[in-house]
Design a protein around this ligand. Structure first.
Ligand SMILES: Nc1ncnc2c1ncn2[C@@H]1O[C@H](COP(=O)(O)OP(=O)(O)O)[C@@H](O)[C@H]1O
Ligand SMILES: [Mg+2]
Length: 232
């Protein structure tokens, strides 16, 4: 363990996929350090390795080589079970397509990450409703996803991401399925969560106006970080 670790500390990270007989070098040696409370956009052309990087940062996949310390934990040394536990405790996910369960209502969706911990239903419900309240969706807590607008669905997904008080929230193109106005509202919510709750955020986007609202922009081209720029 390091003393006062960064949320993300990545060294010489590589990811190689097999595509038939061919190898795809999606990440070719990435170094990245993200501190608690940062708000980072990851940008770059299609196929540059953004999602691959986010999946590795999210412990959804394992690197071919390199090291990844999450809150000081050497995740590259963990097996699947420990990795799943770290993922559940420390990371909230927001996806472009919301990924809500259609048969569950808003609070049940928001409560899903709590199922792991063995907490009783009443406690899970209370925490899920607090998370829904945080994203302004309390009045919709008993609605199913098909009774909600796109922006409301993404808010449920954000409540789900926050419900475990994770070390960071990762979002892959979170505004990609929303119109411009709704996407702007979701970005405003992220800004608020970052400012008021000090939620660490990493957002993958190919939209320049979304990236412009993040305090730090990391640009990836061909599996390498080519630019890392912080707002003054
Ligand atoms: N599961 C996979 N198997 C094989 N190749 C993959 C896989 N996932 C991504 N790739 C390849 O890795 C490269 C980076 O992909 P990705 O990380 O999805 O880029 P981005 O999110 O920036 O569009 C691309 O060439 C893509 O085709
Ligand atoms: Mg992608």
């Amino acid at each position: 363990m390091e003393i006062d670790p960064a949320v993300i500390n990545i060294r010489a990270l590589r990811k190689t996929y097999a595509r038939g007989a061919e190898e795809v070098h999606a990440l070719q040696g990435v170094d990245l350090r993200v501190e608690h409370g940062e708000f980072v956009a990851v940008v770059g052309p299609s196929g540059s390795g953004k999602s691959t990087l986010l999946n590795l940062v999210g412990c959804l996949d394992t690197p071919t080589a390199g090291e990844y310390f999450l809150d000081g934990i050497a995740t590259h040394r963990l097996g699947d079970r420990d990795l799943a536990f770290v993922r559940n405790q420390k990371i909230g996910f927001v996806f472009q397509s919301f990924n809500l369960l259609p048969r569950m209502n808003a609070w049940q969706n928001a409560a899903l990450p709590l199922a792991y911990g063995g907490e009783r239903r009443a406690g899970r419900r209370k925490r899920a409703e607090a998370a829904l309240d945080r994203v302004g969706l309390s009045p919709r807590r008993d609605h199913r996803p098909n009774e909600l607008s796109g922006g409301e669905r993404q808010r449920v997904a954000i409540a789900r991401a926050l419900v475990n008080n994770p070390s960071m929230v990762l979002a892959d193109e979170p505004t990609g399925n929303l119109d411009q106005k709704t996407g702007g509202e979701i970005m405003r919510l992220f800004e608020e969560l970052n400012r008021e709750m000090r939620v660490t955020l990493v957002i993958v986007t190919h939209e320049p106006d979304i990236a412009a609202r993040c305090r730090r922009v990391v640009r990836i081209v061909d599996g390498l970080i080519v630019e890392d720029r912080s707002a003054a």
